[in-house]
Design a protein around this ligand. Structure first.
Ligand SMILES: C[S@@+](CC[C@H](N)C(=O)[O-])C[C@H]1O[C@@H](n2cnc3c(N)ncnc32)[C@H](O)[C@@H]1O
Length: 192
């Protein structure tokens, strides 16, 4: 999809996703000001146009975007795939996988999660699919360019990760719920 087309569609689907991710970062990963030792960084895997940079700035966080097809002329976005994340990761990172998990096959998704265990946490925001998902949303999931829309049970329990919070929300067009979405925050479980 071209930049212009994505930009138009994003007017519909961006605000709800941005709000959910912002809330999860603020509630789970921003240290209380008094105890603040280090600025977190939002490492945005499959960042597309890199719009979460504005969210990061407004939260007082640093930002790095990673995408196989990065926007030109941005010093805070680098070219790369999810499988390359280890080469960019810092311990202070909150790895954001926003609308990207359904573009990753199981091997690449697992390698991303394994590498991200060296970070502070992960936030996944993606299609929600389970027995409550509407027929309309299932249809939209079936025609998505990403071929790996997963059942929510996969995200309910990611091996090696503690799920901190999940929020489910519809993305609406003209007031009608179109896509069922979720956003979930995780932190790595301590290894035994
Ligand atoms: C639906 S777009 C979401 C973009 C952005 N996160 C947003 O929410 O606006 C999916 C993004 O995943 C990227 N992508 C596709 N395959 C990828 C891979 N293997 N690793 C990382 N990103 C990938 C695409 O280039 C695209 O920018």
């Amino acid at each position: 999809m071209g930049t212009v087309a994505y930009g138009l569609l994003a007017k519909v689907h961006w605000p709800a996703r941005e709000r959910a991710i912002r809330g999860l970062v603020a509630r789970h990963f921003l240290p209380a000001e008094a105890n603040r030792r280090e600025m977190i960084r939002m490492l945005d895997v499959g960042c597309g146009p890199g719009w979460l940079a504005e969210t990061a700035a407004s939260l007082g966080a640093d930002y790095l975007g990673l995408d196989p097809d990065p926007p030109r002329g941005r010093s805070d976005v680098v070219e790369g795939r999810a499988a390359d994340v280890a080469g960019h990761l810092e311990a202070r990172d909150v790895v954001i996988v926003n609308g990207t998990a359904h573009h990753l096959d199981d091997v690449e998704f697992e390698s991303l999660l394994t590498a991200a265990r060296g970070a502070a946490g992960v936030i996944v925001c993606d299609h929600a699919r389970d027995e409550t998902t509407s027929a309309r949303s299932r249809f939209l999931q079936s025609i998505d360019r990403g071929r790996h829309v997963r059942d929510f049970s996969v995200f309910a329990s990611l091996a090696g990760w503690q799920r901190l919070e999940t929020t489910r929300f519809p993305i609406r067009i003209a007031g009608i719920a179109a896509w069922d979405y979720f956003a979930a925050a995780y932190r790595p479980e301590a290894s035994s």
